[in-house]
Design a protein around this ligand. Structure first.
Ligand SMILES: Nc1nc2[nH]c(I)nc2c(=O)[nH]1
Length: 283
């Protein structure tokens, strides 16, 4: 079950990972999965009661945290639904569970697209029907101050790569599920939407590249999310994408924020965006 061996079927590894997660958490079906990018970490505690939390590297296909100390864990949470939820789902039905993937593999780590897509495939194998992909990114719209959450309406994948192998032709129309975007905007009507452009990274974009991203229709620039979303579509999951603008993309603001100010803006926005995400998932 080695993802790096081309003869291995990545979906077999995802199945094995899902079985391990069920065994370790005692939860046999997770209904929704979340990938919490930078700035979004606080949402997990607001979703409901944590049933189990396991180090990600204990599960096949997941790796130790890229940055030592940033404990990458996989959490199983029983969702406390809001009975007055716009959807009203789950209020009196059986429990629903969220699988929170605290670790994500970025393409720029050079560990291959299979590891980038593994969390999404594992979530689908664990029973999820929906995945929430969150990230921190740069904003092209000067109205989006650092700390602004933005719904992803569509994406532009500039990595020149795909998580899919072989002749798997997958349609990406409405990849970011309109029903979930409408639900998010019912929870917070002030939410803007935008097109997310993934660069490979790990370097940030040059000002000319940011200008290009705007010309081709992008509003947000980042280094994650698009390949995960494509893998989610192949796995049949509905997708909700949420970006946290932590900084103005290079060249957008005449006086670029210092790194410290960017970190500060992300932290200051933490409680608000975590509460927003929790109320979307609980509704
Ligand atoms: N590509 C890209 N990724 C990012 N991640 C964060 I946080 N800010 C940025 C940014 O400005 N550009």
């Amino acid at each position: 079950l080695d993802l790096d061996d081309p003869r291995t079927d990545p979906f077999a590894v995802a199945e094995a990972a899902a079985l391990q997660i069920a065994a370790e958490t005692g939860v046999t079906r997770h209904d929704v999965a979340l990938v919490l990018g930078s700035g979004w970490g606080g949402a997990a505690d607001l979703l409901g009661e944590t049933v189990a939390e396991i180090p990600a590297e204990r599960i096949v296909g997941f790796s130790a945290p890229a940055v030592a100390g940033h404990g990458a864990t996989i959490r199983s949470i029983r969702i406390e639904h809001d009975e007055h939820a716009p959807t009203g789902e789950g209020a009196y039905g059986e429990d629903t569970y969220a699988l929170v993937l605290g670790s994500r593999t970025h393409l720029y780590e050079g560990r291959g697209v299979r590891r980038v897509a593994h969390g999404v495939r594992t979530a689908a194998a664990a029973g999820a029907r929906t995945i929430v992909l969150t990230n921190g990114c740069g904003g092209l719209n000067p109205d989006w101050a650092p700390g602004t959450p933005v719904l992803i309406r569509d994406h532009i994948n500039l990595t020149a790569q795909s998580p899919l192998e072989g002749a798997t032709f997958v349609d990406l129309t409405d990849l970011y599920t309109p029903r979930l975007r409408e639900l998010a905007r019912r929870v917070d009507p002030s939410l803007d939407e935008g097109v997310y452009v993934q660069f490979r990274g790990p370097h940030y974009e040059s000002p000319a590249e940011v200008r290009m991203a705007g010309i081709i229709g992008g509003d947000l620039v980042g280094m994650s999310t698009t390949l995960e979303a494509i893998a989610a579509r192949q796995a049949g999951l509905d997708v909700l994408g949420l970006s946290l603008v932590t900084n103005a993309a290079a060249g957008i603001s005449p006086t670029p924020l210092s790194h410290a100010e960017v970190i500060e803006a992300g932290k200051a926005a933490g409680p608000r965006i975590s509460a927003l995400l929790a109320s979307i998932v609980r509704s």
